[in-house]
Design a protein around this ligand. Structure first.
Ligand code: F6R
Ligand code: MG
Ligand code: MG
Length: 371
């Protein structure tokens, strides 16, 4: 491999079992078989996992981001898994593969992708976050807390290597523009944007210049693929993933996980059209069954050893997240009692499913002017 390590998570929903709940073991088996063939060639290492109905390919290599050979491998793997999904009549087989032809890069073709290239440190603890039944903006609050909130990350206050803060890259996913903010100096300006998580999403975090880490090598990256914009219509929620490096001047592993002790409200859940709590769970509990939810987050921890993935450790399996889970369940009850009313149901603009145009068409002529 090259001097630097590339850590890539590429994911797609290629069929749910049953409905949109979970992953059939045969899809993971097939994915492992496909990636195993490239271990020691295109890939240094890999780990196949899932969150709900999303198949997650976690890969390390030396090819850099957007590498054709890695994206093609992921694409071909999803294609092969789709064949099995079709044989088993899994639900929505191939739903995230929007095109028949691979054109060099997986972007715009349906799957989600978070990847970054960096110089591996002597010891490199790294976390892959996988979410189901929500959108990329669901990462805004936890990533903000990890890298900018001293009430979450005490390292920003008492670790000389972290006190300079971090640089945030924020995308406007409607207008396809980006802007950088230095934390903590520009915190209030950034919050006015990233608090609107359906539009402004944190894409990457960089170290500040002059510290121990190279300023051009990201320390966190979040997938920002918006399926419904790509397809021009609803084809499945763009369940996001993220990768976060940790320790030695970066947030400690416990600071990286701490934001998930609060099951914050995210958009997604049933039909991608509801607000609900994000519940941190172990992989085996990433089975969104109640009203197709509530939305889930999984965290897989690794140590990198020259690109080799030592792990994973299923981090949210720990008992210390039990309270977050019961708070999430209480919040789920509270939201569900709103039925079809906001703020449980999303605003008219943000729903992934809607009958509004049809209803309005039928009501033309029945609306009377108010004096
Ligand atoms: C949400 C999700 C599910 C489906 C719902 C309806 O991201 O995937 O909640 O939207 O089960 O699915 P269809 O329209 O396929 O019957
Ligand atoms: Mg699905
Ligand atoms: Mg999903």
């Amino acid at each position: 491999m090259g001097e630097k390590t590339t850590f890539s998570i590429i994911k797609a929903d290629v069929g749910g079992y049953p409905g949109h709940v979970g992953m059939h073991p045969k899809l993971e088996e097939k994915a492992r078989e496909c990636l195993a063939q490239e271990k020691g060639k295109t890939l240094v290492d890999y780990c196949v996992s899932h969150c709900g109905d999303d198949l997650e390919l976690i890969m390390t290599h030396g090819n850099g981001v957007d590498a054709k050979e890695v994206h093609k491998l992921a694409w071909d793997t999803f294609k092969d898994c789709t064949e099995i999904a079709k044989e088993l009549h899994l639900y929505g087989a191939g739903q995230d593969l929007l095109s028949d032809a691979f054109s060099g890069n997986i972007k715009g073709l349906g799957p989600g992708c978070a990847e970054m290239e960096f110089t591996e440190r002597k010891s490199e603890p790294i976390v892959a976050f996988l979410m189901d039944k929500t959108e990329p903006g669901a990462f805004n609050m936890p990533i903000y807390k990890m890298f900018a909130d001293p009430f979450n990350t005490i390292g920003l206050v008492i670790d000389p290597n972290a006190q300079a803060g971090f640089k945030f890259e924020v995308w406007d996913i409607q207008e396809h523009k980006r802007v950088y903010f230095n934390m903590p100096e520009e915190m209030y300006k950034m919050l006015v944007l990233i608090g609107a998580q359906s539009r402004y999403v944190i894409k990457r975090i960089y170290p500040k210049p002059g510290g121990k880490l190279p300023e051009n090598e990201p320390v966190a990256c979040i997938s920002t693929d918006k399926l419904f914009e790509i397809a021009g219509e609803y084809v499945g929620k763009d369940d996001p993933v993220a990768v976060v490096r940790s320790q030695s001047g970066l947030p400690a592993l416990g600071e990286v996980l701490e934001p998930f002790s609060f099951p914050h409200t995210v958009a997604g859940w049933m039909r991608g059209s509801h607000h609900g709590p994000l519940m941190p769970v172990a992989v085996e509990d990433a089975t969104p069954t109640r009203f197709d939810g509530p939305p889930r987050a999984v965290a897989l921890g690794f140590q990198l050893a020259n690109g080799k993935l030592v792990g994973p450790v299923d981090l949210f399996k720990d008992k210390s997240f039990d309270r977050a889970r019961s708070q999430a369940l209480a919040a789920a009850d509270y939201y569900r009692r709103h039925g079809p009313f906001e703020p449980h149901r999303l605003g008219l603009e943000d729903m992934e499913y809607t009958t509004l145009p049809k209803v309005m068409k039928e009501l033309v002529g029945r609306f009377e002017k108010l004096e």
